[in-house]
Design a protein around this ligand. Structure first.
Ligand SMILES: C[S@@+](CC[C@H](N)C(=O)[O-])C[C@H]1O[C@@H](n2cnc3c(N)ncnc32)[C@H](O)[C@@H]1O
Length: 390
């Protein structure tokens, strides 16, 4: 008889299907190219003749997909370690084949390659300077080394992606925790942060799945090497468990909630009195087009009112901050966000505001949980494993 609680079983199922989806990357991505090859075959003879170079390009795309795929088994070898084997230590474990792949999974695997470019390649340095630079500078300015023992300053980075922002903050001596609920990101960031040993050891093709807006096929096959630096583990204590933070740093994150107000309230609640919230990003509300989600999309003006109503004091606010996100520099389509950058402070003396009807314990446990997706975990040497969901 299996006495395992339902939640654990679901998490294990989810974990296995993520692994299976990673493994299906090659096959599923090849299907797209094979479909193009079939389309090409149906064309009149002279079209085919004129499109011989395109046919050759498709062959080369397949080679890039193979190369991306060769990274996946390396990463998956360590995936079980991340959660102390909690997903594979019982006799009732189902095989990955049994649980199948996830419909949204291919996209997630493909976007991990782009995120590797943003967070861990030299080519991503410009994006990181735009997006992470202002946040890091603000943290440094508020906690100067001469005045603070930075190892006692707890910084939380919700929606940490592949962990570079959290890593940068931690490498300057802060106690920093990255929180991420996307298992695809967690599995890959664990590998980069804990296993990668040589600079620029690996090569991937981040934009190989972007078939449109290419001047030449080589632009689709632009490769990057990673990691551009080796994240070194630090032995000291870096984390406190009281869920009280001196600083919360969010980058391209607050629009990931169906209800941004809930994120703002949570950030307020977990900050220490006098604590700082630093944010940079657009309002590309992620749930906006999802029919089954109760998504709201307030303008930034309304968001600022909410921020005040929650109790924050906005100390700095800039709009029109030029930022890119996983952008192929060669593409004919260039997205650039006019992001907002703001710094808010929770007043030193605050009135307790009751924000939800849940018990305080439950509130603490779930932190930012808006959607029970899977185990949220913190990543890397400075980024302790945390089971909280944002
Ligand atoms: C747009 S990405 C930004 C990643 C990173 N901050 C950056 O700037 O590259 C948003 C990230 O937040 C994560 N995320 C979204 N909702 C979350 C939640 N409720 N709890 C934890 N992470 C979340 C996503 O999985 C994704 O990795």
């Amino acid at each position: 008889m299996n006495s395992e609680p339902n939640g654990v079983k679901e998490e294990r199922y989810y974990f296995l299907s993520v692994l299976h989806t990673f493994k299906s990357y090659r096959e599923q991505s090849m299907l797209r190219v094979q479909h193009k090859e079939k389309c090409l075959e149906t064309l009149p003879y002279h079209h085919k003749e004129w499109l011989l170079k395109y046919k050759e390009d498709l062959e080369n795309f397949k080679k890039c997909i193979e190369k991306n795929y060769s990274f996946i088994p390396l990463v998956l070898k360590h995936a079980h370690t991340i959660f102390d084997n909690m997903y594979c230590n019982d006799s009732t474990s189902h095989s990955e084949q049994e649980v199948g792949t996830l419909s949204e999974g291919l996209d997630k695997v493909q976007s991990v390659f782009k995120q590797l470019m943003r967070d861990w390649s030299e080519l991503g340095a410009a994006e990181r300077k735009q997006c992470y630079g202002p946040i890091i500078n603000e943290i440094f300015a508020n906690f100067p080394e001469e005045k603070f023992d930075r190892s006692n300053i707890n910084v939380l980075v919700p929606g940490a992606g592949l962990g570079r922002l959290a890593f940068e903050i931690a490498s300057k001596g802060f106690s920093c925790q990255g929180n991420e609920f996307n298992l695809y990101m967690l599995i890959v960031s664990y590998y980069v942060l804990n296993v990668c040993k040589k600079v620029n050891e690996y090569k991937v093709y981040p934009w190989i799945h972007q078939y449109c807006n290419n001047i030449k096929a080589d632009d689709q096959m632009l490769s990057v090497r990673f990691p551009d630096v080796i994240p070194k583990p630090t032995p000291e204590k870096v984390y406190t468990t009281d869920d009280e933070w001196h600083c919360v740093a969010t980058c391209f994150f607050i629009d990931c909630a169906p209800n941004v107000v809930q994120f703002i309230e949570t950030i307020y609640r977990i900050l220490k009195p006098g604590g700082l919230w630093i944010n940079l990003g657009p309002l590309l509300y992620h749930y906006s087009d999802m029919r089954n989600e109760k998504s709201i999309e307030p303008s930034f003006k309304v968001v600022t009112q909410v921020i005040n109503n929650v109790g924050f004091i906005m100390e700095k606010c800039e709009t029109g901050v030029k930022t890119k996100y996983c952008q192929n520099p060669k593409s004919m389509l260039q997205y650039e966000y006019d992001s907002v950058f703001f710094v808010c402070r929770k007043p030193v003396s605050v009135d307790i505001i009751e924000t939800t009807e849940e018990s305080p314990e439950l509130q603490k446990q779930y932190l930012f949980a808006n959607k029970r997706d899977h185990s949220g975990a913190a990543i890397g040497p400075h980024f302790m494993l945390s089971s909280s969901h944002f």
